[in-house]
Design a protein around this ligand. Structure first.
Ligand code: NAD
Length: 291
């Protein structure tokens, strides 16, 4: 029987640590501030932005939500980013992804002051991650996955890890973290062109699935006793559900759970960690702004 890794509980633990740090910063006259920029009306993005701002309020952080219309221009978004770069009360800036098609997301990310890039997507922070320079910001989802592995007691040092997916948001930074001196794992990155994926996955002591395909990783791809981190969030139709759909991960949960040693559920696994790590990065940005 596998151990279910409770992402909600670990996220609460991370946030409890944040509360102490926020208080210390406030005692020194600094209230960490996060700005979230939302361009357009994407319903899922609205939900994500709303929960980030609510979490800030709950924890006593300063926050700003800037909403731009769906037809905002690149110059409009760049002007907002520039203003936030210069706002001394804002330590972290996040432009919610995906923006509307007329917006060049890469150019927006590059315009954010790297010292305020709490998503960790700016090239300077990507380089710092590769260089293992601790002053950089690590993308929230993979750093949340690392914390989940740690809290679940999964030994990464010397382990064979397979990361499925090579995105800049999850797969690539996850692989860097696992192979870093913090993770010390032997890492394989699999992607859409990988041959014999099932065979590659069966070697793994740790599987991180970040593909975006519902229940893609099946029991035959998993070694007995492996630990499985499921990053995927996929909506599948379910007429019996109130909303007409339910959320599933990239892993066929029931059959894989029966075989592995530890697994994250969806929802309630990686998801809650992402926002906790965002708050943690914002506090780090505030701390570094005064040191
Ligand atoms: P992405 O679409 O950018 O990347 C998907 C990756 O999967 C690609 O690198 C691709 O090569 C790989 N892939 C596609 N088909 C494959 C196949 N047949 N075999 C092997 N690899 C294949 O997605 P992403 O942004 O990395 O997100 C991945 C999933 O994680 C999505 O479901 C997304 O919703 C979810 N996600 C969750 C959180 C969270 O907070 N829990 C955060 C970010 C992303």
């Amino acid at each position: 029987m596998s151990k279910i890794i409770d992402g909600k509980a670990v996220a609460e633990k991370v946030l409890a640590e944040c509360v102490d740090e926020i208080q210390q910063l406030k005692n020194n006259g600094v209230t960490p501030g996060l700005a979230v920029v939302l361009v357009g009306e994407d319903p899922a993005s609205k939900v994500y932005v709303g929960s980030k701002v609510r979490k800030c309020a709950e924890l006593g952080l300063h926050s700003r939500k800037i909403e731009l219309p769906a037809d905002a221009s690149q110059a409009d978004v760049l002007a907002v980013v520039q203003e936030l770069n210069e706002d001394p009360l804002i330590h972290g800036i996040l432009v919610q992804s995906p923006p509307p098609p007329q917006i060049d997301e890469d150019a927006i990310v590059k315009a954010i002051d790297p010292a305020k890039d709490v998503d960790g997507f700016h090239p300077e922070n990507v380089a710092k991650l590769a260089l293992e320079d601790a002053s950089g910001f690590v993308p929230c989802t993979p750093s949340g996955c690392m914390r989940l592995l740690k809290e679940a007691g999964v030994e990464t040092s010397g382990a064979e890890a397979v990361v499925i997916g090579r995105s800049m948001i999850v797969g690539k930074p996850m692989a860097l973290l696992l192979m870093s001196k913090q993770g010390n794992a032997t890492v394989t990155v699999a992607h859409s062109r990988t041959k014999e994926l099932a065979e590659v996955c069966r070697r793994a002591d740790i599987i991180v699935a970040a593909i975006g395909m519902p229940e893609f990783v099946t029991a035959d791809m998993v070694k007995e006793g492996a630990a499985v981190i499921d990053v995927g969030i996929n909506r599948v139709e379910d007429p019996s559900a109130k909303r007409g759909y339910r959320l599933v991960g990239d892993v066929a949960y029931d059959e894989v759970a029966a075989k592995c040693s530890a697994i994250t559920p969806v929802p309630g696994g990686v998801g809650p960690m992402t926002i906790a790590m965002l708050i943690s990065n914002t506090i780090k940005a505030a701390r570094q702004s005064v040191s």
